[in-house]
Design a protein around this ligand. Structure first.
Ligand code: GAR
Length: 198
């Protein structure tokens, strides 16, 4: 039985597309079972729909009860009986209820070599600091901001004349391959951990 993953996105969804492309090429040892977003207009949702993957939207508005939002997100993902949750450009922090259910099996990507440049602006901060090498990190999500156990990293050079956008795009090329690789590693290490977890 296929190793099932949920992918959560907020924006463009090019990391999600890399997973979908690898799946259709037979190069992903997993099935994208559901794609969720906090943003109804996220391009990632359209990518999932084109691939025939079920989707959900779970918006958060300023002033909403954060704990209730987190519990509802947990239930939406849990309904799909997944082994792994992949945050792929998901710009919300998951909370205690989510981590109680999916802690240890939720991964995130970050566009810098953690622990350097955590937060929302990894490429901008790396450029501002003048580093010559940055990169991407896939890590296990914990209660902190980009603090979880590091699973994989790939270095990317900063080139003369780089802007935040050109640097981030070069990092994203590396991120897509690293994410597919890491999901495959986890699928082979922990096949079907979530049986009956619906
Ligand atoms: C990626 O660079 C990912 O690492 C980053 O958002 C981008 C998503 O790209 N995530 C974070 O910064 C999380 N804090 P995409 O929407 O094209 O997949």
């Amino acid at each position: 039985m296929a190793y099932r993953i949920a992918v959560l996105v907020s924006g463009t969804g090019s990391l999600l597309q890399a997973l979908l492309d690898a799946q259709s090429a037979g190069e992903l040892q997993a099935q994208v079972a559901v794609v969720g977003s906090d943003t109804a207009t996220a391009q990632g949702l359209a990518r999932a729909e084109r691939a025939g993957v079920p989707t959900f939207v779970h918006s958060y508005r300023t002033g909403d009860d954060r704990a209730a939002w987190d519990e509802a997100l947990t239930a939406l993902v849990a309904a799909h009986d997944v082994d792994l949750v992949v945050l792929a450009g998901f710009m919300k922090l998951v909370g205690p209820a989510f981590l109680a259910r999916f802690g240890g099996r939720t991964i995130n990507t970050h566009p810098a070599l953690l622990p350097s440049f955590p937060g929302m602006h990894g490429p901008r901060d790396a450029l501002a600091h003048g580093v010559k090498i940055t990169g991407t990190t896939v890590f296990e999500v914990d209660a902190g901001v980009d603090t979880g156990r590091i699973l994989a990293q790939h270095a990317v050079p900063v080139l003369a004349g780089d802007t935040v956008d050109t640097l981030h795009e070069r990092i994203k090329v590396a991120e897509r391959a690293l994410l597919v690789h890491t999901v495959n590693d986890l699928a082979s290490l922990h096949p079907r951990a979530a049986q009956g977890d619906s």
